[in-house]
Write a protein that binds this ligand. Sequence first.
Ligand SMILES: Cc1cc2nc3c(=O)[nH]c(=O)nc-3n(C[C@H](O)[C@H](O)[C@H](O)COP(=O)(O)OP(=O)(O)OC[C@H]3O[C@@H](n4cnc5c(N)ncnc54)[C@H](O)[C@@H]3O)c2cc1C
Length: 358
Amino acid sequence: MVPKDQPVLIVGGGIVGCSTAYYLSKAGFTNVIVIEAVDVAHAASGRAGGFLARDWCNNQPTQALAIRGFEIYSELTAELGVDIGYRHVNTLSLNLGSGDGRGDATAPGWVDGQVSNVSVLGTKGTTAQVHPGLATKALLSKAQEKGVKLLRSRVIAANYSEKKINSLLLESGETVPGETVILTMGPWTGFGLEWFGKSKIISGERAHSIVLKPEPGRVDDTALFLSLPAGETEVYPRPDGTVYVCGQQDEEPLPADPALVVSNPVMCADLLQAAYRVSSSLSGLKEESTSACYLPTVKDHKPLVGLVPGFTSLYIAAGHFCWGILQGPATGEALAQLILSGEAPESIQRLDPARIIK
Ligand SMILES: Cc1cc2nc3c(=O)[nH]c(=O)nc-3n(C[C@H](O)[C@H](O)[C@H](O)COP(=O)(O)OP(=O)(O)OC[C@H]3O[C@@H](n4cnc5c(N)ncnc54)[C@H](O)[C@@H]3O)c2cc1C
């Protein structure tokens, strides 16, 4: 249990860190600081698709987080009081290529490229979307209204003795005192574990995305999962009229500094070609933006959420891979409960870091 007036230092201003700050502030914690190296939602949490599925993590250790994560966004839309691009969507799987276009479903009219098979992956009851960057920023700004502070600086080390943390050291040379630290640095959380003498068991896989802006009214609210020879490509029309397209993973190593993430123009060009093949409403458009970000990956492919063994108040919440937007707010909510009560809620019990961090 952590007293509510003690400093709590959250390292990383992605969806997991900002959600944790939000739920801690809601629980009455009065001295929370989010330390972010570049900018809030600078990394995957600002560049992800924001696709949400209620049942796609069933029978996995993250099932409860996914189900709660699916519900939580309708609550958050009301609580945050700003547009976070949230809506329920129908979701289809498509094979592109020659064929009769038949399957167990029909593609919407704007999907007029050559499609060999169409099937239903989700309905408006089971799939939804949110704008990840808007949601992450809105969570932090609501938390800031309740006193949470944002410090823009990169943490480079920790001062601790035995099980007790004293402070974090910033790149600027300053130190930030605090006994309770939460590592929510997405793929960079492996570096954070090293500050505390632990193995770097989290890293990242790079993936690419582009955003297009078709003529108003040319696309609807159907999310598409495309099977292409080069891998899966996802196409998400958004409520703001843009269309987000992502895929194209590669093995480019994670840079130590999050400011140094770059994209591969060839991979972004491949995404553009995939969009052109799907729809004449997208064909010929120029990208509004192109980008890359890293999916946070843990060695055993499950997120780590809870207390780090060997420390009394070092917590970690990272490694949600391709489901961090879905599971991030539910993770923050569960972690805040753990910090407040000392008891891990059931939703994160199977994600206990002690399974892999010694
Ligand atoms: C292309 C793509 C599409 C995706 N689509 C979806 C989707 O549709 N649905 C879904 O649920 N998930 C999706 N994901 C996954 C999701 O984006 C991630 O799981 C999630 O954003 C991870 O959030 P995070 O807060 O853990 O980490 P991040 O968003 O990576 O945030 C970590 C933050 O820590 C900061 N940081 C790092 N080191 C330091 C340091 N030393 N000091 C201070 N700050 C530091 C970084 O600058 C960064 O802002 C997608 C991911 C990618 C790459």
